[in-house]
Design a protein around this ligand. Structure first.
Ligand SMILES: *Cc1c(COP(=O)(O)O)cnc(C)c1O
Length: 345
């Protein structure tokens, strides 16, 4: 038998170095991010009449796509001699920044909206040793404050307003084209601060490809769809609970240039796609991620033959949301009769 020796996982910066602003001698902070699986969703494909693939970004080291951008942002911060990295976050940026700061030996500080962060993400940020500050305000206020702070102090801001974040995140587009032999008609993606849709479009353009960019916001946090900021965004999809996206203009550009669309899906539609993915495709993502699939189901493939849905974060990030949606556990006495009834009934 000839079993190949296990290979060391390649860092995202190493894999795509010729397309990223890093040279051979630069320090690289990596946890083995990127190169995530692309899985054909058979039942979903049948339902929408197109070949639908799921990009499992929840399989990045901290459980979300934010790691793609964070390896670049934190590596660049280290190169520039920063000692502290900071971000405002609905949760996943905090978890990712905290992990990469720990790996780099930098101080991590994360500002989160008070009481509005999923349990798994909070546990991660705390375990990685970041200073976690709960702001009595929403994400948009937190981002505004960290931007001011980073202007006044020698602290590296690692939100997606940081160009290195987009540079890292654009690599997911390269992976999709690699895995699909260059042929993709449409990309479905959740939109919060709009950094990711901007990054994917950048990647596709650099690779000479132009799938339709179909972005989806939660109906209670849909400023781009409504054409006006939302003062108090509200949705079960906490990762996209954002009322004034930092990359608003770029998202509109990506939508127009790709002949795509940015549209809204309700919380009910998001949760229904969330349960469907877990129960019929075997893929557990967090609610915000399911917005991409909810949008595909709601608006259809619209002539696209091959579609990719970006599942941005892992389902384990938000166990409370899952338990609220899931079926009940069956209690059982330790007797054969009882267990027969429980199993076969
Ligand atoms: C950050 C995030 C989003 C939104 O990405 P933006 O770049 O802010 O548009 C969507 N889903 C998950 C799970 C996220 O963590």
């Amino acid at each position: 038998m000839n079993i190949p020796a296990p290979t060391r996982s390649v860092s995202l910066i190493e894999r795509f170095r010729d397309r990223l602003p890093f040279s051979a001698g630069d320090p690289i902070v990596t946890l083995g991010e990127g190169s995530t699986p692309l899985v054909l969703a058979e039942r979903l494909s049948e339902r929408v009449g197109a070949e639908v693939h799921l990009k499992l970004e929840g399989l990045n080291p901290t459980g979300s796509f934010k790691d793609r951008g964070m390896t670049c942002a934190v590596s660049a911060a280290l190169r520039e001699g920063a000692q502290t990295v900071i971000c405002a976050s609905t949760g996943n940026t905090a978890a990712s920044a905290a992990a990469y700061a720990a790996k780099a030996g930098l101080r991590g500080v994360v500002i989160i909206p008070d009481g509005k962060i999923a349990t798994g993400k909070l546990a991660q940020a705390l375990m990685h040793g970041a200073r976690v500050i709960a702001l009595r305000g929403n994400f948009d206020q937190a981002l505004d404050l960290v931007r001011q702070l980073a202007e006044r102090h020698p602290i590296a801001l690692v939100n997606s307003v940081n160009e290195f974040r987009l540079q890292g995140q654009k690599t997911a587009a390269f992976e999709l084209l690699d895995d699909l032999d260059g042929r993709l008609d449409a990309l479905c993606i959740p939109v919060g601060n709009a950094g990711n849709i901007t990054a994917y479009w950048k990647g596709f353009v650099e690779a000479g490809s132009a799938p339709r960019m179909l972005g989806f916001q939660a109906a209670g946090a849909a400023p781009i769809v409504n054409g006006a900021p939302v003062a108090e965004p509200e949705t079960v999809a906490s990762a996209i609970r954002i009322g004034n996206p930092a990359r608003w203009e770029e998202a509109i550009d990506a939508m127009r240039a790709s002949h795509g669309a940015i549209r809204a899906v309700t919380d009910d539609e998001i949760l229904s796609a969330y349960r469907l993915l877990a129960a019929t495709e075997g893929v557990f993502c967090e609610p915000a991620s399911a917005a991409s699939v909810a949008g595909l189901i709601k608006y259809g493939a619209e002539g696209a033959e091959r579609v990719a849905c970006v599942l941005t974060g892992h389902g384990l990030k938000d166990p409370d949301a899952a338990l609220e949606q899931a079926g009940a556990v069956l209690p059982c006495e330790p007797q054969l009769r009882a267990i027969e009834r429980a199993v076969l009934g």
